[in-house]
Design a protein around this ligand. Sequence first.
Ligand code: ADP
Ligand code: MG
Length: 779
Amino acid sequence: DDRASKHIDKARSGLPIIGMEQEVMEAVSENDVVVLCGETGCGKTTQVPQFLYEAGYGCKDFPERAGMIGVTQPRRVAAVSTATRVAAELNTPLGAVVGYQVRYDRRVDPGTSVKFMTDGILMREVQEDFLLRRYSVIVIDEAHERSLNTDILLGLLSRIVPLRRQLAQESAANPPLKLIIMSATLRIEDFLSNKRLFQTPPPLIQVAARQFPVTVHFSKRTELHNFSDAAYKKVCKIHRQLPPGGVLVFMTGQREDLDEVGPAAFGGDAAEQAGELGTGELEAEEDENAEVVSEEDLETDDEEEVVVMGGAGFTPEQIADAEEHFEASLGIDLNALKESGKPDEARGPMSVHVLPLYAMLPQAAQARVFSPCPAGHRLIVVATNVAETSLTIPGIRYVVDAGRAKQKMLEEGGGMARYEVRWISKASAEQRAGRAGRTGPGHCYRLFSSAHFNDTFPQHTPPEILNTALEGVVLAMKAMAVDKVVHFPFPTPPERAALIAAERCLVALSALAPASLALTAMGKAMARFPITPRHARMLLQVVHDAATTPQHSAAPLAYAVALAAALSAESPFVHIDSIAAEEGDGEAAKRLRQRAGAAHAQLRSSFGDAISALNALCGYESAGRSEAFCRDHFLHARNLREMAALRAQLARIVAQQLAATAGGPEAGLPSLKVDARELAKALAPPPQKLVKQLQRAIAAGWADQVARRVRSTEHVASAAEKAGGKRAVRYRTCTLEEDVFLHPNSGVHRAAPQFAVYTQLVRTEKRPYMAGLTEIEPQ
Ligand code: ADP
Ligand code: MG
């Protein structure tokens, strides 16, 4: 134990930030708000909370500093792993002096001085106590990521800090609050020069970067589709041909990707999650990819350009030293390798130790990347964005970057956020490459060309708030008693018109009172669900129905949960034209179209696309989530898998929320007890009576997206006859100036109902189409 803490002491003393303790603490005591910038790994997250603790913050002995030190992280993984690390550095058990809190899991006790938490947790605490009186310091970490919660918290704190200062001046019994904003990049203009946020710009402390040079290798060509394959091949090559050192592979965050390049791909058992393999197995894999591992050259066959970045803060001697040190720490004689001239042979066989790392991975599995790699093994970590800035993985010398990340995108009309695989920003690619230069000079292999990088990659990832449906943001802020959302000091404010539109939408959903725009009981209940306001409204409509019927069953709610899940993913129906296109124009294509059409007809509901998607989900789950069912019915297995997973997750959340508020009318929720399992079990397609109820629920959730057919039924029918079945029936909505049309792929296109609700607006060059349609009955 003593040895372990000596080891930690030594590691700590080498961190660039250690020499700046005095400067940091002086800035904090002289200013209420301080911005701290420094490269990932310089010691911000682990050391700054300790500086504060040493200075008496979080200690009951100093009344002015007695409140806790709260540190926020955009991700659960980082909150837990840094709390663990800091507790170890202070040589105290986790949950005592240093604790953490994330959703559904907390380790804090009344004496806790430093609390790591996700930004979502602190948001909830602001709802309970706007002044955050339990804290003497709040550290907002990874502020450069510009997560939605971080941005909102900064806006809130820009008001809370001066309020606390004012109260402190009134009475010594009220201690002030300090705010430290930490960022891994210098992209902090939005915090420093936004006069609405901070009237006087807070001082900026820059921690000198100490980054070893990283050689960046671009690929000759950009792999557009099979990038997990390309990543796998590159990792094999590195392992086979390059000197020891860990490999960090950045993939998109889709489970499939991680499994493909992860343990399973190396022949290991993904379920076991150890990913520890013998060399034999890896070589067997390599043989199958014989062309990949040609003895020749890692440098020339598929690589184009080489760029060296970083290296600041080190002399050439130091760099050479580090290189030697690195080899020595791995038990390898670098000179022997050099002299032998054949590094592969001299090194002898080495095994790989492959670990996945992503946000949803269980904690214990995540912790494995920080434990020492087994002797004689090469560490290979297949990670998502998590490893970009918030986590430092020891021993990484090579980075393989697919250049993609799953990103939240906003969808027009539906107000729904989707996750899409997109190119990352230039700034992100830089951060990723930097991961290779922590312990010594490193290499970054980019699976895209430099031309593609220059032309396609955006400079920065836009702040999350600009890609978020604002209804949810506005609702959450109203729940935090922020009345005038249009005046809120967002670091990057969304368009004023968009905020006003979001308020209007929430009024239509009866979450806000029409004139005062104050939160209603319904709005309060909606805000408790971590799903979009529309989905929450739809669910609550069914909850209300159930609570007001004397003999309720869980069935309607189970269907509503399934419907919400079905509406959150893309359509499960394979586009029939695309099936036929693959087959050409012949007889075969025609037959295929007919078969697909007939299969879809079994699932399509005359009530519309929402119910059709629900039917498909019900069928898929009743068939045991079978891929065969998807093939037989021409459905997208991937979308259905996503829906099923979402449904299970939603069922848990809904049951939890209802249980938490059972019998508590103050929460705005009627008392209703349901079991999560009851909500999640497989369902037959909904019976007619239930469909009617679900239609009403959809109408409640999309109340501002109701469309009325412009012409009479007779007119529509006669026009249809004239046009040979091709009709463009006009609809009028309550929010849009122009007329809109039924999407030709919609199940209600033929019927052209008098009233319909749409979940999405699709604009083509020709006209604006409504998609995701559900027929509703006139009120
Ligand atoms: P920053 O927040 O500036 O990116 P951190 O404080 O997270 O830096 O990390 C500083 C250094 O502490 C890292 O470079 C790493 O060497 C070490 N470190 C941090 N967390 C751990 C951990 N869980 N296990 C081992 N070392 C760690
Ligand atoms: Mg950090």
